[in-house]
Structure formats: C-alpha cells, structure tokens
Ligand binder design. Structure first.
Ligand SMILES: Nc1nc2c(ncn2[C@@H]2O[C@H](COP(=O)(O)OP(=O)(O)OP(=O)(O)O)[C@@H](O)[C@H]2O)c(=O)[nH]1
Length: 299
C-alpha cells in the first residue's frame, strides 16, 4: 500500500479546520494549524506534500504566507491550494498569479475539495518522480553531476555560515580505457555500476554524498568532515573497490580494478570557492595517478 500524502491545513476558523480534516483524513495524513506563522514553523520540521491555505487570517495573510513559501528553495515546490470566502475574480487571479495551484471558494463542496486535492497530489507525485529521474545517473543509479553541483553549493554555503569543515573527494578508475579495450564497453558499463554501488554502500552518515562526476569519475561531498577524516574515508572507499576484486588483466598497477582519489578540504585557507575545492581535489587525483595509482592524495 502506498504511503499517505501529508496535507497541511492552515485556517484560523476552527469549524473550517474540522470540516476539511473530516473531508480529507480518510485518504491523507492531515495536519491542522491556525495561522501563517504556525504553518511556516510546522513545515520546517515536517515535509508536507500539499498546503490548503486560507487567505484572510489574523497576522500574516495567506498571500504573504505563499510569498514566503516561494522565497525558500526548501518549500517553493510544495503545491498550495487557496481556500477563501473571497470569491472575486481579482482575488482568485491574484492567488493563482502568486503561484497557488488552485483556488477554492467558501462555502466549499467537500467532494470537489477531495477531487481537487487528489489532482494536485497526483501532479506533485509526477513532478517528484521527474525531479528524481533528472538527478540520478541512468547507468550507475547513483546521483548525477547536476545533483552533485546542487549538493556542493548547498553544503558550501552551510559550511561558510556555520564555520564547519567541508571535504570533497574526486575519484577515477585506474586504466579504465584499457579495461574497455580488453573486456568491451558493455563489461566496462558493468564495472562502472559495480564500483558506483560499492562506493555508495560505504556512506553510513546521511550527510555523505557520492555521485557520478562523469565518465569513469566519481565525487564525494563530506559535510562536517576535516581533511584527516576525509582521507580515512577515501581509503575506505579505495579498499571497498579493491575488495570487489574485479579482474583487470590490462591494468598497469594491479591485477584487479582500482581507483585513485584526490582529497581537498576547506581547512586549506587558500580555497575560497566551491570550484576551487573541486580543483584542489582534482590536483590530488592527478598526484595520486602520478604516484602510481590505487592511492589517496590529500591537499
Ligand atoms: N564502458 C564505459 N566506458 C566509459 C564510460 N564513460 C567513460 N568511459 C571510458 O573511460 C575511459 C577513460 O579513459 P582515460 O581518461 O584515458 O583514463 P584511464 O584509461 O582510466 O587512465 P587513468 O585515468 O590515467 O588511470 C575512456 O576510454 C572512456 O571511453 C561509460 O559510461 N561506459
């Protein structure tokens, strides 16, 4: 059975809240709050799939709440349905122009509310799926470069704001051209998949993030991790690939598939941008290749 969607109802009128809850709680998990402020606080800790928002409320009105939701990248994708006694075309068009997905006027018909909510949740589900597909690498099924860039930007800002360390790893399969040339491109694809899955399986902390960086390269973003710890983790990843023991008879440095890894950390004071962090990790990777491969070089 699929999980119930979470619907937040924001209305200062107790009776409306009760009727809406009764209308929707058979199909969805429903949460009730009385004001815009309460709604904004609530969604900081609970991820909701849809918000039903009254317009005229004491304190912040529904329009103001919607503007705040749209300003925040964490909440801007949550669909909002306005529900209001304001039934003029001007009110409705203002609500829709601000980004609401639908507008229901009070007094409302429960069966119509139910269907409109269901429709918006269906659209949200499809959008979530598209978003997920656009951020996963089709071959290896781990996050792709676009996802990595977004994650790194977010973690870079967080690291600057909170003054916490951030480390990045760049990894590359050694002599992979020779692997393809020896075993064929299809086997090369299988090797990439196995390496990607082995790397992803090492991420025990929820904040560690591993992505396919492109071709036979992978990258990791490690928030709150300093250079020494990142180097330890990089060696754990390197060992995990060694442990796969995928035969590579054409390799010039081992009899099985190996990876080289460059590590860079914000502890290095000369690194002033997220791009510089990646470039520094790339220099480490280059040094690891030069040093004989199947090794980690931290910068
Ligand atoms: N099978 C397969 N091969 C890929 C894919 N993406 C990139 N490659 C191959 O990866 C190889 C990378 O080769 P190079 O950049 O020369 O590096 P390398 O042979 O790994 O040598 P070093 O990095 O110096 O150890 C190329 O032959 C690419 O064709 C892919 O999705 N599937």
């Amino acid at each position: 059975m699929s999980k119930k969607a979470k619907v937040l109802i924001v209305d200062d009128d107790a009776l409306n809240r009760i009727v809406l809850e009764k209308t929707l709680s058979d199909e969805h998990e429903v949460f009730l709050v009385k004001s815009g402020d309460e709604a904004l606080t609530f969604i900081k800790t609970t991820q909701v799939d849809l918000i039903i928002l009254d317009i005229v409320m004491p304190g912040m009105n529904g329009y103001e709440v919607l503007v705040k939701l749209k300003e925040d990248s964490a909440t801007q994708m949550i669909p909002v349905i306005f529900i209001s006694a304001n039934s003029s075309h001007d009110d409705e068009s203002k609500g829709l122009e601000l980004g609401a997905m639908d507008y229901i006027t009070k007094p409302f018909c429960s069966s119509i509310v139910r269907v409109r909510v269901r429709n918006q949740l269906l659209i949200k589900q499809k959008n979530d799926l598209l978003e997920m597909l656009a951020s996963i690498d089709g071959l290896t099924e781990i996050p792709n470069r676009r996802n990595l860039d977004e994650n790194l930007s977010r973690e870079w800002r967080k690291s600057k704001r909170n003054n916490t360390p951030l480390s990045v790893l760049l990894m590359d399969i050694d002599h992979f051209k020779r692997y393809n040339d020896t075993y064929g491109h299809r086997a090369g694809d299988d090797c990439l998949k196995a390496v990607a899955q082995a790397l992803a399986a090492q991420c025990e902390r929820g904040s560690d993030f591993i992505a396919r960086y492109g071709g036979e390269e992978f990258a990791a973003v490690l928030p709150g991790v300093d250079k020494a710890e990142a180097t330890g983790f990089a060696n754990k990843l390197r060992n995990a690939v060694n442990a796969l023991n995928i035969a590579h008879k054409a390799s010039l440095n081992a009899e099985h598939v190996t990876i080289s890894i460059g590590v860079a950390s914000t502890e290095n004071a000369s690194i002033e941008t997220e791009q510089a962090l990646l470039e520094e990790a790339d220099l480490g990777l280059y040094a690891a290749k030069e040093g004989g491969r199947n090794q980690v070089v931290a910068r």
